[in-house]
Design a protein around this ligand. Structure first.
Ligand SMILES: [Ca+2]
Length: 183
């Protein structure tokens, strides 16, 4: 007697197929045009940024993490901003501004995995940052103040589902300005 597969295994099979299709897309992505860098110099590896100075960092959407290479100390305060008018995209999707992101409403696979995004409540492809051991946060307009809580890396990212960063394309710039310590 034929037995109909239950919805559970069928959904899992569809999910696995979707993952394979997305990973296969990693080899064929076409990069979008490069976004213009802001005027601030690049954040240099091993640099302790003086108070009041600004540097720029390029976030690669195809990497799970783009580390901030500055030397950081607990209590440091930084203003992180995302200049407008930049574009990147997820595989097969339209170019989007990382301040807006991509809700993936027209893509069944993106809808399927939406709750597994690094920032589940935010659209795909918004930009975010996470301190080591801390919760990830979205970088919106007009930006955010980062207070370093502990020694350890600060990482920037495009909001996506691990390991599906590899099929993203495009890199956007953020600026990082060191603020004076809290009075
Ligand atoms: Ca992706």
């Amino acid at each position: 007697m034929a037995v109909e597969p239950t919805p559970g295994p069928r959904r899992r099979l569809a999910g696995a197929t979707a993952v394979l299709a997305l990973l296969a897309g990693c080899a064929t992505r076409t990069p979008p045009p490069e976004n213009a860098p802001p005027p601030a110099p690049p954040c240099a590896s091993g640099e302790r940024l003086p108070v009041g100075q600004t540097c720029s960092l390029r976030i690669d959407s195809a990497q799970r993490d783009t580390p901030l290479p500055l030397v950081l100390a607990p209590g440091d305060r930084y203003r992180v901003e995302l200049p407008g008018g930049q574009l990147w995209r997820d595989a097969g999707q339209a170019l989007v501004d990382p301040l807006q992101g991509d809700n993936g409403a027209d893509n069944p696979v993106m809808r399927w995995f939406s709750s597994l995004k690094r920032l589940p409540a935010e659209p795909y492809m918004v930009a975010g940052l996470a301190q080591d051991g801390g919760p990830p946060v979205r970088i919106g307009a007009p930006g955010l103040t980062l207070v370093v809580a502990q020694y350890g890396p600060v990482n920037f990212f495009a909001n996506d589902v691990w390991p599906m960063h590899c099929n993203n394309s495009g890199r956007v710039w953020v600026t990082v300005r060191r603020l004076a310590a809290e009075p």
